[in-house]
Design a protein around this ligand. Sequence first.
Ligand code: GDD
Ligand code: MN
Length: 375
Amino acid sequence: MSTTLDRPAMVATAPILSIVVPCYKERANVRPLVAALEAALDPTLRGAWEVIFVDDDSPDGTTTEIRTLAAQDTRVRGLRRVGRRGLSSAVIEGVMASSAEFVAVMDGDLQHDETRLAPMLQAVRSGSCDIAVGSRHVAGGDNDGLSNAWRHRLSDGGIRMAQAMLPVRLGDPMSGYFACRRDYFDEVTPRLSAKGFKILLDLILSARTPPRVVEIPCHFKQRAAGESKLDALVLVQFIAMLLDKAVGGLLPTRFIAFAVVGATGVAVNILVLDLARYGGLSFSKAQLTGTLVAILVNFALDNSLTYRDRRLTGARFWLGLLFFIVVCSAGALANVGIARALFIAHRGWGPASAAGAVIGVVWNYAVSSTLVWRR
Ligand code: GDD
Ligand code: MN
């Protein structure tokens, strides 16, 4: 019987470059991507590269495909995450698994032009920049791969929002294709927001000093197989990430999401109250209806957005809802109590009710995080 020990010793070359590829339901793209990397990198790196696929336990057999390739080729590595989703966090964990001097981040759907990796690595290696970005928005680059006009508009809007916050000039801050030194990424890692799709933007906004950035023109290809995972939640996460960075990381993203959901609840409350009043209900009944609907909407939104990673289902959903109603009622009592006390101390309507609201939301958040959606 032949074992690996019988095989002739392989000449192992430590990788200089790790290409980290987040992937979710990309089975059909794994093999062509490895072949494309081989063709693009072997001439310059002569085997001294590796690809680290970070797969969130895709149901389509992506993991099996990665394992099959990895069994034949030491340059292919796979990281399988279970019970988690997220492009940015997948990339971060892929980089953590690398010991190479340089890392590159690339999509797993063949939309990024692999022939640009060598010039990107070259730019970082020369020391002339901290991050080399594969850019669709400099001369020589294009964004032809975006599926429709709506995606173009969305992308342009995102670019403008991101640019308003960026400490550096960058034509394509929404790119998910870039390279840098691994120790550079490592240094920034503890401060990353790690939410959503925009790991490059996160990296730049989380760096202590503005990074030196070079843009390498890049053609964005059409997706060959599978489909995009960009959805409404990813957009919410994008805004949350920018907010998180805007407040200097002082407030946790989850708290911001909770507060935004809470504000939505207030709007729902007012709307339902008005509708119920026009519908002929007495003020107190209308008020009660409005409050209940707002609590239900808040619970549903928090369960699917704010605490998405701890989402309650089945019986735990209903138990959680019950807890949530109790928590929010206590929060409302605290809110009213504090506001009243301050009002009596002659601090005026505005400051009193603002202080009450802040105490209410902090209370709700603290108790929700520890009791309703506990780890
Ligand atoms: N592990 C993991 N977990 N991977 C994910 C997840 C996830 O939850 N969601 C998406 N991915 C992987 C996809 O499988 C793909 O390889 C890559 O991340 C990009 O996702 P797409 O769904 O193809 O996104 P897109 O084409 O709309 O946008 C991407 O390309 C843009 C252009 O560079 C994103 O990477 C953008 O950030 C990027 O700007
Ligand atoms: Mn894509």
